[in-house]
Design a protein around this ligand. Sequence first.
Ligand code: NAP
Length: 286
Amino acid sequence: MKLAVLGLGNMGSALAHCLLKAGHDVSVWNRTSEKAEVFAEAGATICSSPDDAVAVSDFVIICIKGHKETVELVNGLSVALKGKTICDMSTGDTSDADRVVAILERQGAGYMLGMINAYPSGIGGDETTILTVGSAGTWDRYGSIIKELGGKSARVGEKPAALAALFAGLFTVRQGFMFGMIYGALVCQKAGIPMQVYADQLPATIKLVNDYHDLFARTVPTEDYDNAEASLKVYALAQEDALKTFQSVNAPAEFIRLMHDRTRAAWNEGYGDKQLTSLVQHMADT
Ligand SMILES: NC(=O)c1ccc[n+]([C@@H]2O[C@H](COP(=O)([O-])OP(=O)(O)OC[C@H]3O[C@@H](n4cnc5c(N)ncnc54)[C@H](OP(=O)(O)O)[C@@H]3O)[C@@H](O)[C@H]2O)c1
């Protein structure tokens, strides 16, 4: 199988080095040719145009500034793309990603888009993830190569919107945690608790986040929300207490109120004895 890497900036270089190190037959191209020349020593075929690199390759990884530039690059190719698979690992918004997919499909190429969740130094690592979209067939053929670039890589769907949704979902988890600390700081500050005391107490509560994850992973994928160790109504009552505390010290209460209102609404509709995570089901249905 012949591979190509187009774009040898920090990330493209890391991808190309990793594939060469794994013993693949790799052609490389970069707009500024000096960056490509250094790959001769590592055994790559240096190409003077993207057409030359694509012509000799089955699977082409593009890693340049963004999807917009990928569209221009692919538009400028004169070589036939039918039967080849192009994987764009450049970043960009969903509409540009849709454009990349549309142009590749029009030209009869298989497509894959990859979201790299690592710095260049992480490429080739066992724990590194590159999340991809594309057909199941392209993943069957080339997924093993993506896994050489990042051991925990996975295909998450067919269309670019799947990558955007997964980013939004995971970002919401991190931001929810950050905003929890921010709002928590405010209620403590208003009550006169030094921020150092608050910061020092965080690790103990963060430990419980692992238990939250265990509960989530055990219940949401299976939709098994029965036999709760701590039921949704218990959480609703604790949230009510916390909400009253926020209000009593005049701290911004909208975050805890949102949690409470959602939980209370589910309780009112018969979810009181279920797991708190049953909110995923309740909120999806409302
Ligand atoms: N670095 C990271 O940690 C990281 C992590 C995840 C994802 N990414 C993504 O990977 C992509 C590349 O990032 P990078 O860190 O490698 O950036 P970089 O070091 O700045 O390199 C940019 C690359 O894009 C090429 N390029 C820019 N405009 C182009 C155009 N119009 N036509 C053809 N080639 C063009 C550059 O070519 P020249 O050498 O000729 O300028 C260079 O090879 C970006 O989409 C980035 O978001 C990067």
